[in-house]
Design a binder for this molecule. Structure first.
Ligand code: NOJ
Length: 755
């Protein structure tokens, strides 16, 4: 009897689990819910999930009648759209979601994407700046705040983090990444993903993240955006891939492929990247979205003959969602019917996308990100601004500080502030700031006025750019107009110290903003020289989205502060550092070249067969005849108002690890933070290894006179590398271990490591 009852319960239970409403049942597993939903979807509806559209204007009003916008609207109503991007604000998101949920046959909610790169309306520092903090907790927190603010505006998916490693400051998008190093880049990538996604993706304060751009986008030839990429396997496996793989460990929900071709195959149509590496080798379960129009751009690359073939190549190669190519929605159904694309691949892509929607909790409540009260409370709130200020201070890098020029004195020092960027409230927002209010950042002038009770003398000196700047238009630089120099000179003459804020306007770096010249743009260096003639006691504050070439400044200006584009609270953060209320601790995540001709320049280069000068004046070594090999400021460089010293470096092998310890002392009278950096060199290996590789870092705070013992453990993960077949190997042999406060380390020793 008992047995019969159990069988009946089992049958009732399974049939209930198989019923068509199973996908609505939160007690079923996500896989069961996905399967249940998929089994009810037509081919067209599955393809619809793979289609992403940019927002269209009047969805909340009368529907568009003609043209592309009308098609998009029709597609949305007919269940042929799975995602939209650039729809933001509760009212608009609700409107599109309502169509998807209430008007389509199955009511599948949309996933709403947006470029929440370093904030939504309240901006934190640009990602390159945040990376200069080397503070993983702070970076995670910053992503968490960005997610919370964006989520309050209806968004549930960000196209961030960009984890492309780049060694080329000509490429404008270095502002969006973590710099040149794969170890630091991987840690930061993970922190950002954890910050955006939190512990629980269904929490309405968290959003799905997207590791982009897979792969090689940061290695575009000559630093020109979207350009050809041709890199060898060693660079691919050891430099480009690691941050991407790290995001998978952090459970990143989505990937974006890239615009570039990689070794002859566009990334969007690259089965090696998306299927072999990402989905097979790394066993990635999330979905891949194309970059904007990158499917149809394969035609322009000369890789697909038309839209139909582009769709076929992209889907077969593993691109699951089409951003704005209209390729999948137009072509996939016929490709399946013609047998050119297997329906199993469509099922796989649709399942990947649906799974993320389930994880976000959108099937329980499609409007969970659409709460007007939260929107009012969270966006622009004090909490988000405080976090942005806290992050901004941590990003500032003190490049140079001779004669204790800094910190400034709050009393008894006549200060002149010079530079158009000093009063600029727009540039600190950078270029990824679509949802921010124009001119909403605190300027340096405003920030410093608080300390001086408005007694600051200010003169613009010269404009950096001409006319209005925006996300899509070329920036025009002022290369000639020096008419305001005179006023700045007379102000400088009256001052004890001159603070000059120079650099790039916000839109000079970012997508499509490559440069061949990295000097201070326009007439700014002439302004600096003109002021220097009348008052050489200058603090140069740089505002920029990429490393610049500032040799003259380095030779002539006593104090230089790298203040990047620091977001909404920029001026307050800069003022706190200049006046010494915050002791700077940032370290460069990218080398600063002396000369554009040195690019690509990076600390983890290879020795070559001829690394050193053989004999005075003999040319046969790897060098330039007109420039040094070294950067102006190396990777990892950054000073503090405190001083640190390193001693007692000890290394020893324990099982298959190397234990490292070092004593770091604060020899000054000020409390300070230091990023203790650990580098290795594998002296002989079956594949040549770089002269130095960062393999550990520790951000510590030390009291005046205090000494801290810092310990690291190098495991096989840090000691090994990928061979040219992509296999990770660890080899016995001699390793050099370096420790210090930059990649120009202070202490080193060697160890014979035996596996
Ligand atoms: C193109 C950019 O390359 C990508 O990073 C961004 O997320 C998309 N546009 C969407 O705006």
């Amino acid at each position: 009897m008992k047995k019969i009852l159990a069988v009946i319960i089992f049958i009732v239970f399974t049939s209930c689990k198989n019923d068509k409403n199973l996908f609505k049942d939160p007690s079923a597993s996500i896989d069961q819910r996905v399967e249940s939903l998929l089994s009810q979807m037509t081919l067209e509806e599955k393809i619809g999930q793979m289609n992403q559209y940019n927002g269209f204007w009047n969805v909340t009003g009368p529907s568009p009648k003609n043209g592309e916008q009308a098609d998009k609207y029709d597609h949305l109503k007919n269940g042929l759209v799975g995602s939209m991007l650039n729809v933001r604000g509760v009212k608009d998101v609700k409107a599109v979601q309502k169509i998807a949920v209430e008007e389509t046959r199955l009511g599948i909610p949309l996933i709403i994407g947006f470029d929440v790169i370093h904030g939504y309306e309240t901006l934190s520092p640009i990602p390159l700046a945040e990376s200069a903090s080397w503070d993983l907790e702070a970076i995670k927190k910053s992503a968490e705040m960005a997610a919370e603010e964006a989520a309050a505006a209806g968004i549930n998916w960000t196209f961030a983090p960009m984890v492309d490693i780049s060694r080329d400051a000509r490429w404008g998008r270095v502002m969006e990444g973590a710099g040149e190093d794969p170890f630091l880049g991987s840690k930061i990538a993970m922190a950002r993903v954890q910050g955006f996604q939190g512990e629980d993706l269904s929490d309405p304060r968290t959003i799905a993240a997207c590791a982009k751009h897979f792969a090689g986008y940061g290695f575009s030839e000559s630093g020109k955006d979207y350009n050809t990429v041709d890199v060898g396997t060693s660079t691919l496996y050891n430099i480009i891939f690691p941050p991407f793989e790290a995001t998978i460990k952090a459970d990143v929900k989505t990937f974006m492929n890239s615009f570039n071709e990689l070794n002859g195959i566009p990334a969007t149509g690259n089965a090696y990247l998306q299927r072999e590496i990402l989905k097979d080798k790394w066993n990635y379960k999330g979905f891949v979205v194309s970059d904007w129009g990158s499917i149809i751009e394969m035609k322009v690359h000369g890789f697909a003959k038309d839209l139909n073939q582009a769709a076929e190549i992209a889907v077969n190669a593993g691109s699951d969602m089409d951003m704005e190519s209209y390729a999948y929605v137009k072509e996939l159904a016929s490709l399946v019917k013609d047998g050119k694309v297997s329906e199993t691949l469509i099922d796989d892509a649709a399942k990947r996308i649906l799974r993320v929607k389930f994880e976000l909790g959108l099937f329980e409540d499609p409007y969970k990100y659409c709460d007007e009260t939260r929107e009012k409370e969270i966006i622009g709130s004090a909490k988000i601004h405080e976090a942005s200020l806290d992050m901004a201070k941590k990003c500032i890098v003190l490049l140079k500080n001779e004669n204790n020029t800094l910190p400034l004195k709050k009393e008894g020092q006549k200060i002149a502030l010079i530079g158009a960027l000093a009063s600029d409230k727009n540039s600190p927002l950078g270029s990824w700031r679509i949802a921010a209010k124009d001119n909403s950042a605190v300027s340096v002038l405003e920030g410093m006025q608080q300390y001086t009770g408005n007694k600051l003398m200010y003169a613009k000196g010269a404009d950096v750019s001409l006319g209005k700047t925006d996300f899509i238009t070329e920036v025009y630089i002022n290369n000639t107009d020096k008419s305001d120099f005179a006023e700045a000179i007379s102000v400088a003459k009256k001052a004890d110290v001159v603070v000059m804020v120079l650099g790039e306007v916000g839109y000079q770096s970012g997508e499509g903003r490559s440069s061949t010249n990295l000097d201070l743009p326009g007439v700014q260096e002439d302004l600096l020289k003109a002021i220097h003639k009348v008052n050489s006691n200058i603090v140069l504050v740089l505002n920029n989205g990429r490393p610049l070439t500032i040799n003259w400044a380095d030779n002539n200006i006593p104090a230089i502060v790298e203040a990047w584009q620091l977001g909404s609270q920029s001026g307050n953060a800069i003022a706190q550092v200049l006046y010494g209320d915050y002791n700077p601790s940032g370290k460069l995540p990218m080398s600063f070249p002396r000369n554009v001709g040195q690019i690509p320049i990076y600390y983890n280069y290879k020795n070559t067969g001829r690394p050193t000068l053989p004999e005075k004046d003999v040319v046969f070594w790897s060098h330039y005849q007109d420039e040094k090999n070294t950067p102006l400021y190396p990777f990892g460089h950054g000073l503090s108002y405190a001083n640190f010293s390193y001693k007692d470096l000890l290394v020893q092998q324990e099982n298959n690890t190397i234990k490292v310890s070092v004593n770091v002392s604060n020899t000054s009278k000020l409390k300070g933070k230091e990023v203790v950096q650990l580098y290795i060199q594998d002296l002989f290996a079956s594949i040549t290894r770089p002269v130095k590789e960062l393999k550990g870092f520790n951000l510590i705070e030390i009291q005046p006179g205090e000494t801290k013992k810092i310990e690291f453990t190098l495991t096989e993960k840090e000691l090994g590398f990928y061979d040219n077949s992509g296999k990770f190997i660890v080899e016995s042999g001699e390793f050099k271990i370096f420790v210090g406060g930059s990649s120009i380390t202070t202490l080193d020793t060697s160890i014979d490591f035996k596996i």
